[in-house]
Design a protein around this ligand. Structure first.
Ligand code: TLP
Length: 343
């Protein structure tokens, strides 16, 4: 099977497995797991923040961020197709008791002026705006990189209005790799950031939430409340450290493969590549094949390629560590064959 459903399917490398096997461990709820402590210190340094917290998933990291920044009854400003809004099972309302106010972005980027005008005035009728969330890269915008300048402008608006900015940076290292810049070029323009270690970086489990010391102290308590205080977590933190420190540079390989896939698919009649590929995601519209995305995905599966439906006629392909150049060639051939056959 060529698994292009997501970069979440990546398997840990031998070095990661060995790191898990040989690591020293302790009880992380007592702050005594050396591998977790080392990972959190290194992550904070890489992200240019005072402190960091190892969490079980991207969703948990984002939710802890919202819970820590906001109070119930506040309003969260975020992009209309962002993961926090679209894919986290309504958690911000279920857990943090905040309501969402969405802004439609262009390639995932919100217009700073729209953000400014969506911030609530001080009025007894209005909820207070508690947090602005950005997503970089933007998943549903096809892995688009949110420009640093866009982040700067929104962060400045946040500062002017005393509203913190959180970045869902599940794939922020992809954004940094795509622009060839240090990740701190992005993180300088947010108060807190969540980065996933278990996507393109290949760790088996885990994300990092980073921010200032006071924020992380409160976030640690929220993680405990949510049942995310783990004990001998070094078993997963040690491979996550390998992912964080050795796998960032290789992300450009995924981007190159995604570009090759997109180039190959563009030439196939009846298919339209929806996004301009900047990182590791390719989104294709199959509407002209008179097929639903679900039907297309099942046809692909029969031929040994896995992808995900991304809307009624959109299909998403994601490249990652376990995908080779040959896999991409085969995928293009298979898709050309399926697209040529009237079903
Ligand atoms: N995204 C997954 C699915 O949930 C859609 C995927 O396959 O892309 N933020 C962003 C931008 C994400 O894309 C994801 C995962 C998360 C957060 C959540 O991370 P996890 O899966 O670790 O909770």
């Amino acid at each position: 099977m060529i698994d292009l459903r997501s970069d979440t399917v990546t398997k840990p490398t031998k070095e990661m497995r060995e790191a898990a096997f040989f690591t020293e461990v302790g009880d992380d709820v007592y702050g005594e797991d050396p591998a977790v402590n080392k990972l959190e210190e290194e992550a904070a340094a890489i992200l240019g923040k005072e402190a960091a917290l190892f969490v079980t998933s991207g969703t948990q990291g984002n939710q802890i961020a919202v819970l820590t920044h906001c109070r119930p009854g506040q309003e969260l400003l975020l992009e209309a197709e962002s993961h926090i809004f679209y894919y986290e099972s309504g958690a911000v309302s279920a857990l943090a008791g905040v309501q969402t106010r969405t802004i439609h972005g262009s390639k995932g980027a919100m217009d700073p002026q729209l953000v400014r005008s969506a911030i609530r005035e001080n009025d007894i009728h209005f909820p207070d705006t508690g947090l602005i969330c950005l997503e970089n890269t933007h998943n549903r915008a096809g892995g688009a990189v949110i420009p640093i300048e866009n982040m700067r402008q929104i962060y400045d608006i946040g500062i002017e209005n005393h509203i913190p900015v959180h970045v869902d940076g599940a794939r922020l290292f992809n954004a940094a790799a795509a622009l060839g810049v240090p990740v701190t070029d992005f993180t300088q323009y947010c108060d807190t950031v969540q980065v996933c270690l278990s996507k393109g970086l290949g760790a088996p489990v885990g994300s990092i939430l980073a921010g200032d010391k006071e924020f992380i102290l409160k976030a640690r308590k929220w993680r405990k409340r949510l049942g995310g205080g783990l004990r001998q977590a070094g078993m997963i933190a040690a491979p996550a450290y390998v992912a964080l420190t050795t796998m960032r540079e290789r992300l450009v390989e995924d981007h190159n493969l995604a570009k090759s896939l997109s180039d190959g698919l563009m030439d196939i009649n009846g298919l339209r590549v929806v996004n301009q590929v900047e990182t590791n995601i390719v989104v294709v519209d199959v509407a002209h094949l008179q097929m639903t995305s679900q039907a297309f995905v099942s046809e692909l599966e029969k031929e040994g390629v896995l992808a995900v439906s991304f809307g009624p006629t959109f299909v998403r392909f994601t490249t990652h560590h376990q995908v080779s150049k040959q896999d991409i060639g085969r995928t293009i051939d298979i898709i050309a064959r399926i697209s040529a056959v009237p079903l």
